[in-house]
Write a protein that binds this ligand. Structure first.
Ligand SMILES: [Zn+2]
Length: 138
């Protein structure tokens, strides 16, 4: 399928907003939604999930990436993340994004003011990223 010519950032943010509604955040109540856009136009979403054992909680971005990867989807073109205040992804999510969506653009929006969308390049978010690990086995 041909690549879409332009990335519809508003549509991707809208998908992330829909995902945000399904966040499971009973402890922090800080709900985050994420959406990934593939080269073929498919959108995969995720939302944060919290556990009573806080360290087991997982961010929306990683939920979306894990969903996509385990469904065999790897051709990420763009990502969107929405949250109250429009925070940028945490370090752990930046690591996963740089590994699996290196050339993607990232849209970040405040879920209370989603018409204002900040745009980043994934590759700019984690300078000197932990990538290109040399093989250790013979
Ligand atoms: Zn994160």
């Amino acid at each position: 399928m041909p690549k879409p010519k332009r990335i519809n950032s508003k549509a991707l943010v809208a998908a992330a907003l829909e995902a945000q509604r399904r966040a499971v955040a009973p402890y922090s109540r800080f709900k985050v939604g994420a959406a990934l856009l593939t080269d073929s136009g498919e959108i995969i979403t995720g939302a944060n999930v919290e556990s009573a054992s806080y360290g087991l909680s997982c961010c929306a971005e990683r939920v979306a990436i894990f969903k996509a990867l385990t469904d065999g989807v790897t051709d990420f073109r763009a990502a969107a993340v929405v949250s109250p205040g429009g925070v940028t992804p945490c370090g752990a999510c930046r690591q996963l994004l740089i590994e699996y969506a290196t050339d993607a653009v990232l849209f970040v929006a405040d879920s209370r003011k989603p018409d204002t969308i900040r745009r980043f390049r994934v590759r700019d978010l984690l300078p000197a990223a932990f990538t290109n690990i040399p093989p250790v086995l013979p």
